[in-house]
Design a protein around this ligand. Structure first.
Ligand code: AMP
Ligand code: GLY
Length: 420
């Protein structure tokens, strides 16, 4: 019966994709999104509550008689929104604060992997600047320095030499620029990276299609790191054998390990993985849907996503979700200058009648006009029979969008198309 009320917490492109998937559910009658955004507002009712305002979210959910709440961002999980909702007896999809440590503490994740034999780069962690510098001096370069804590993707430095390492360690351990001072130093791995997201509830693990994102701002994977400039599914360079290995020895092994540690997962486990010459290894875990991967993965879900979220939230058994046998490719349109300084308020025309899915990231509606309102503005997603097909379609659609302050990468999925 179409009678369920859902609250989605968050507001970016990832949440738009979640809201879009929920809007296809035969059970969902009404979707609220806190705080949402202009694009989400076309498919759900935006609620002006911050995604970390646990008290206000809880009282909204109680007041509206929400049947299920779905958490998008890690900040909400780390703020303990799931613990608070569960304590109040409300169904919520997302991990407890304690399970969220798989993302929020690099050291927790590395220790867990070491203890349970989950493949990842060798590491040591430090709070003392001199000790860290000594260790780095004894290791080959490049070396990887990770600030331990939620750093919104900004806490990783790949140091090419001792000078770079010293500078980065100083800012992480001595300047207090990041807050608490702890650094994980790990060996530098090589190989293509990919994202493996699963719905996880205790030891139950339901895999989603593999995807790859493009973190750098410019074509050829050049330029500064961003929140993601595009993504696609259907990776030719990951064999079925690699996928099986990762599912068993990384995702399922981690779900089991978290149960054994007394902090079972209940939400999305995102494996940021790398196919190294020595096999697939973990680069990082996230405790939530990836962005922009979610925007290309969820459109392929054939099953009712409400059913999936509800089963995980209530620890009930679930039939394995079904996925469409197609590939998707999405390109992010960003404000010129992003990830550095950029202007807001440019009008965007031509979005209404596209033959593609459009997920809003940073837009604003003003007197009926759609304006840019963020660094990453929107993501356009097409599906196809293969990557070349999806890519041709997406760029055809993007060419119809008119805005004088947007740029985008022209080479999304180049690794897949160059792969022999
Ligand atoms: P993370 O925030 O841990 O995902 O790291 C951000 C990026 O740094 C990753 O997507 C990788 O490209 C790179 N990176 C992190 N750890 C390593 C590693 N051990 N070896 C090589 N590259 C890494
Ligand atoms: N796409 C990487 C992330 O969501 O962290």
């Amino acid at each position: 019966m179409k009678d369920k009320k859902v609250l989605v917490i968050g507001g970016g492109g990832r949440c738009h994709a979640i809201v879009d998937a929920l809007s296809r559910s035969p059970q969902v009658a009404k979707i609220f999104c806190a705080p949402g955004n202009a694009g989400i507002g076309l498919q759900a009712e935006n609620v002006p509550i911050a995604d970390t305002d646990v008290e206000a979210l809880l009282s909204f959910a109680k007041g509206e008689g929400i049947d299920l709440t779905v958490v998008g961002p890690e900040a909400s999980l780390a703020a303990g929104v799931v613990d608070a909702f569960r304590q109040a007896g409300l169904a919520i999809f997302g991990h407890s604060r304690s399970a969220t440590r798989i993302e929020s503490s690099k050291e927790f994740a590395k220790q867990l992997m070491a203890r349970y034999g989950i493949p990842t780069a060798a590491y040591r962690s430090f709070t003392d600047f001199e000790a860290a510098l000594d260790y780095v001096s004894s290791r080959p370069f490049p070396t990887v320095l990770k600030y331990d804590g939620l750093a919104a993707g900004k806490g990783v430095v790949i140091a090419e030499d001792l000078d770079q390492a010293r500078e980065a360690l100083h800012s992480m351990l001595c300047d207090g620029a990041f807050g608490q001072g702890k650094v994980v130093i790990e060996d530098f791995l090589t190989g293509p990276e990919f994202s493996f997201m699963c719905f996880v509830e205790g030891e139950r693990v339901y895999p989603m299609p593999l995807s790859q994102d493009h973190k750098r701002a410019y074509d050829g994977d050049k330029g500064p790191n961003t929140g993601g400039m595009g993504a696609y599914t259907g990776l030719p360079f990951i064999s079925e054998e690699d996928r099986e290995y990762a599912l068993e020895h990384i995702l399922k092994a981690t779900a089991k390990a978290m149960c054994a540690e007394g902090c079972p997962l209940s939400g999305v486990l995102y494996g940021g993985l790398m196919k190294t010459p020595d096999g697939v290894k973990v680069i990082e875990f996230n405790a939530r849907f990836g962005d922009p991967e979610t925007e290309v993965v969820l459109p392929l879900l054939r099953s009712d996503i409400y059913e999936v979220f509800h089963a995980v939230a209530t620890a009930s058994p679930l039939e394995a979700p079904q996925w469409e046998d197609a590939v998707t490719l999405g390109v992010v349109l960003a404000s010129k200058g992003y990830p550095g300084h950029y202007e807001k308020g440019a009008e965007i025309l031509g979005v209404e009648n596209l033959d593609a899915q459009v997920y809003h990231m940073g837009t604003k509606l003003s007197d009926g006009r759609l304006l840019t309102a963020g660094g990453r503005v929107m993501m356009v997603v097409s599906r196809g029979s293969d990557i070349a097909d999806a890519r041709r379609k997406v760029y055809e659609q993007i060419a119809r969008i008119k805005c004088d302050n947007l740029f985008y990468r022209k080479d999304i999925a180049h690794i897949a198309l160059e792969y022999k």
